[in-house]
Design a protein around this ligand. Sequence first.
Ligand SMILES: [Mn+2]
Length: 463
Amino acid sequence: MARRIILCDGAALARLWSRVGAGETEELTWVPRESDARARPPGFRTLPGGLSADAIQKLDTKEGDGFAIVTEDGPFVRSAVSAIAAAAPHAPILVLSDKLSAGDLPEHPCLRHTGLRSLLRDDADQEFEHLSDLRRVVQIRSLLEKRARVGILLQPDPDPDGIACGYALRALLGRKRSTAPLVSFGEVHRPENRAMVQALDIEVRTIGPSDLDEFDGIALVDVQPTVFGDNMPARVRSIDVVIDHHPERAGYDAVMADIRPSYGATATILTGYLRAAGIEIGPKLGTALLYGIKSDTQLLGRDTSRPDIDAFAFLHTYHSPALLRRIERPALPTEGLRALGRALSHTRVEDGLHILVLGRVREDVIPQVADMGMQAEGAEWAVAAGIVNSDLVFSVRNVGHVRSAGEVVRAVVEGLGVGGGHRSMAKGIIPIKTFRKAHGGLDRKRVRDVLHVAFMRAIRGEP
Ligand SMILES: [Mn+2]
């Protein structure tokens, strides 16, 4: 087995290492300093004959062995590196030093430098963060455990972050949907969010403000009471728990508030809670939280903090790729596939713009077709349009290095409907009535021609 040869400069560093404990494949050596007492640090052997290429040679290093040099001294690190380079030219070297900087280190083709105490420091800092999360968990639990019914209130038309956090808070409280239901003043509306609650079998009950009276405990996640504006029910003006990542707002009271505006998702806070409390994270919970972070940060792009990335990496082990796929790629209905077939038979990419006109379809088909549309050769922009109820709905995607999709859609719908979105994804809605009035009809060719002209104009920034 490949060995790690630890080379410590003096007794103090060697003792620190032996207090931490040697790894199984580690061989501990040290070079005494003049000031050091004779006592050998436990587990260490003295480098025979002092720091020299000869001494390193005697260690009989094999292919794959590596060295760690532990020192705070420039001359020591330089002679150690040159001794190792002479005796074992291919051996990699790790320099562990808190005081030396890159300029103190000699040239070597395979050398890394990191702190020694700072390694422990980082771990200790992280443990203290877990501890402060655990303290909050204990606080939340003791606050709510005696309550018969706890309402977990999400924002109206809750998004994946809110839904995941409600679900996680219930797991944290060890409750069922009967004693801690997820509730909202507006139903889950967006197709992708509906796909999430369906795939994960999470129920979000739509309630009216007066229904809050049936609860003797209320927790808000991914939202603060002020979001309800002038319609804020008296019952939420003073509540038990608020956990959120939106900017902190005044105008309400909470016994326990954990607001972290630097975070990209509230799911990151809840992930920290579950982790600190040692709660088992099953595939549904893992997928919910991962998707919450993914969708709020647009896959760790927008407004992402270090804790979001850590939580995402942590959850990745626990999530179910199959469940995530069902959320992100909901099954296409046969009707939707037929509509896609008709759209594809007339398809063409012109000026980098790929427009697919679907006719009447289920709304969740449209964004999936837009994703697909980007796969066409030469497509920098993909637009999928379909008729849903009495609206023309379209989803827009782009390659990312062009004008913002949100801006383009806002320009396209101006004066006709509503729309918006982000850099590379956007959605627009134009009432059929308005479209007909402006363009005379709604047949496939006309829709495509009108959208083509409107999009090209908006992409080029023409008025
Ligand atoms: Mn959020």
